[in-house]
Design a protein around this ligand. Structure first.
Ligand code: TYD
Length: 212
């Protein structure tokens, strides 16, 4: 049987994880892996429509509507893209996944943690990443990077206390399942963060190689 590997990247806004997800995909493809990359919300035609609904100039929907739309986008990308890719032994790299809903909608926006856990489970059918990279940045760096963005999404504009709650949420998630998470310092130069991520991914890749 071929091995597959499901990696997600998480982090606060401005952590640089989207750049890192791209660099990781590129590096693994260069090593001969078949990589499927997705970015949430999105990754399917329905997901792209959800992204448009969420991040319009008219403002975001209410927090529960937002959570449900994010879950719909996730359910679709799991069924249409992630499960088929894993079934054929690909490496899947997700730029955000269900942990974002717990960090942002539950801890950040104050929706019930158990409800959001149940919603995430419904959307994913219980499919959990093998490895989650937490790209951690200081509040100062995160704020500076958000301010420098030409295009911001609605949650970029949330208050400092919102972003602090999101960080706290991530810390709780990491503490609850330390075996799944690897923390990488995102304040370092792009290349250094990339090298740290490759190092973190290598043991998981080695396990996959053994099952090919
Ligand atoms: P995006 O432009 O993709 O930014 P980032 O590079 O930070 O991921 O915007 C995604 C935004 O949506 C980001 O502010 C986090 C938020 N989000 C949630 O609140 N819940 C979720 O489940 C997901 C996937 C994203």
């Amino acid at each position: 049987m071929k091995g597959s590997l499901f990696i997600s990247l998480e982090g606060p806004d401005g952590s640089g994880k989207s750049t890192q997800a791209y660099l990781l995909s590129r590096a693994l493809r260069a090593r001969g892996y078949i990589v499927t990359g997705i970015c949430e919300p999105g990754g399917t035609p329905l997901g792209e429509q959800v992204r448009t609904l969420l991040f319009t100039e008219e403002g975001p929907p209410g927090r529960m509507a937002m959570a449900l739309l994010l879950a719909a986008s996730r359910a679709q990308v799991v069924e249409e893209v992630i499960r088929p890719a894993l079934a054929q032994g690909d490496v899947v790299i997700a730029d955000r996944y269900a942990d974002s809903t717990l960090a942002y909608q539950a801890y950040g926006q104050g929706l019930d943690v158990d409800d959001m856990r149940a919603l995430a489970r419904m959307a994913t059918g219980g499919l959990t990443p093998d490895l989650t990279l937490y790209v951690d940045v200081s509040e100062e760096v995160s704020r500076a990077r958000m301010a420098a963005r030409l295009q911001s999404n609605k949650l970029d504009k949330e208050t400092a206390s919102f972003h602090a709650r999101v960080r706290f949420g991530y810390e709780r998630l990491i503490a609850a399942q330390p075996e799944r998470w690897v923390r990488v310092r995102g304040d370092a130069p792009i290349d250094a963060v990339h090298s740290a991520i490759l190092k973190a991914v290598e043991p998981a890749l080695a396990r996959v190689m053994h099952t090919i």
